[in-house]
Design a protein around this ligand. Structure first.
Ligand code: FES
Length: 136
């Protein structure tokens, strides 16, 4: 089992390690706790405020655990033009999954698009979207 110390050791000596460390910590624990921020700050010779500022700035970083699985649904212009707004009521009608808005996954030509974990889903229509939600 990896730990924050393992992650810090893995990135030791790298230039600009804060963001990769934060990504790895969130991937391991699902969020970045106050204790983790304190440990990271100490290891990188940063203040806790500097680490907290980065965690707070980027919406992808969580400061608390999310019990529900998370689906990120692209709500940017190209996906809007391709019909993502028709999927929003479907997302809103359930509470088992946390659906977050995201603004462009780089799949604009094949939207509407969504992301679950590291997997992207494209060309979503109502049927595909319901199937995706049910599979989560
Ligand atoms: S606008 Fe949705 S993937 Fe780019």
């Amino acid at each position: 089992m990896a730990s924050i110390a393992d992650i810090l050791a893995e990135h030791k000596g790298r230039e600009g390690p804060l963001l990769p460390i934060l990504h790895d910590v969130q991937k391991l624990f699902g969020y970045i706790s106050e204790d983790a921020m304190r440990e990271i700050a100490s290891a990188l010779n940063l203040t806790r405020a500097e680490v907290y500022g980065v965690v707070s700035f980027y919406h992808d970083f969580r400061k608390e655990a999310e019990a529900r699985p998370v689906l990120k649904l692209c709500r940017a212009e190209a996906c809007k033009a391709r019909g993502v707004e028709a999927l929003v009521p479907i997302a809103d009608s359930q509470s088992r999954i946390k659906v977050e808005a995201i603004y462009c996954l780089g799949l604009c030509a094949v939207g509407p698009s969504a992301m679950v974990g590291d997997t992207v889903h494209a060309r979503l229509d109502s049927a595909k979207f319901k199937t995706l939600l049910e599979a989560m």
